[in-house]
Write a protein that binds this ligand. Structure first.
Ligand code: NAD
Length: 299
């Protein structure tokens, strides 16, 4: 069983840490929120007094932080994790962050004699609690092989996507497809209904025709056809619109930096900005953007 340091035990990190404890690992955690730490301690974890304290004499350190700025500060800042950890420590960063930061931090870690992988997840809080997350990993093969048994405890599918940062690349490109396809679904259901085709009949056709996709078949944005979709519970998330906007912004930042024309991704980002920020609907499920389309189409 491993001695694991865990920094950032919020909505996702908390249940991930608790699954490691349940599997018999010794987990020492740190978070700016003492309430978040208390939950993990209540499940048998130990509390650290600082992030550096959490990495003290740990073979593996996992971080699950909000954004790239937090990751940069925690790893590279004064009293940063890389400086504090012992040589050979394996770092696993599961935060969803920009590709450039993931690659910068991995290089510093590598140059300091540490192992590191970026391992963002999909599956949400339900996946974190159930230990069924998908981990998309970037980094050297040896680091991935060492991380895999630990990730297996928290996830159902663990994929090695290549070198440093490639986990983040997989994550933001996947979510760019998702954001665009949800908008396409929202527009199609709105248009079909406006033209006199009811939602259930349209669903029955499109879900078995060439328009089928996850956003329609599994996560249908109108109530009725897929009883488990957030549309049936007033768009309670699920995956929030503000999280979708965050990931779309990451994809557009990467597209700009690499000179790739992602016209649809950019449009999707602007529409989610309108929905999540201008209309103040960021806490709703991202599929709720169909409401904005319906409103603009006269209800
Ligand atoms: P969260 O805000 O619930 O948790 C983040 C935690 O980090 C908080 O408890 C916060 O106090 C802590 N933190 C921030 N700065 C810190 C610091 N300097 N030192 C120690 N702790 C610090 O967010 P979350 O929902 O758990 O998301 C974490 C990451 O996972 C994000 O990058 C998010 O995009 C990604 N993600 C979230 C979901 C989801 O459904 N919530 C799904 C997939 C991926």
């Amino acid at each position: 069983m491993a001695k694991i340091g865990f920094v950032g035990v919020g909505n996702m990190g908390g249940p991930m840490a608790i699954n490691l404890i349940k599997a018999g690992h010794e987990v020492t955690c740190y978070d700016l929120s003492s309430a978040a730490v208390d939950k993990v301690v209540g499940a048998g974890g130990k509390a650290a007094s600082s992030a550096t304290d959490a990495v003290d004499r740990k073979e593996i350190v996992i971080t699950m932080l909000p954004k790239g700025d937090h990751v940069r500060a925690v790893y590279l800042g004064e009293d940063g994790l890389i400086q504090a950890a012992e040589e050979g420590t394996l770092f696993i960063d599961s935060s969803t962050i920009d590709v450039a930061t993931a690659r910068d931090v991995a290089k510093v870690a590598h140059d300091a004699g540490m192992m590191m992988i970026d391992a963002p997840v999909s599956g949400g809080v339900g996946g974190a609690e159930g230990g069924t997350l998908t981990f998309m990993c970037g980094g050297p093969e040896a680091a991935f092989e060492k991380a895999k048994p630990i990730l297996d405890v928290m996830g159902g599918k663990i994929v090695h996507a290549g070198g440093a940062g490639n986990g983040q690349v997989a994550k933001i490109c996947n979510n760019m497809v998702l954001g665009i396809s949800m908008l396409a679904a929202g527009e199609a259901f709105t248009l079909a209904e406006k033209l006199g085709l009811d939602a259930q009949t349209f669903f029955d056709i499109v879900s078995t025709s060439s328009g089928y996709c996850w956003s329609i078949n599994v996560y249908c944005p109108v109530p009725g056809p897929v009883p488990t979709s957030p549309a049936n519970r007033d768009y309670q998330p699920g995956f929030s619109a503000e999280n979708m906007l965050k990931d779309l912004r990451l994809s557009q930042q990467a597209a700009e930096q690499s000179g790739v024309d992602t016209h649809m991704g950019h449009e999707a980002m602007e529409l989610y900005e309108r929905f999540a920020e201008a209309m103040n609907q960021g806490g709703k499920d991202f599929s709720g953007i169909i409401r904005m389309i319906q409103e603009k189409s006269g209800g």
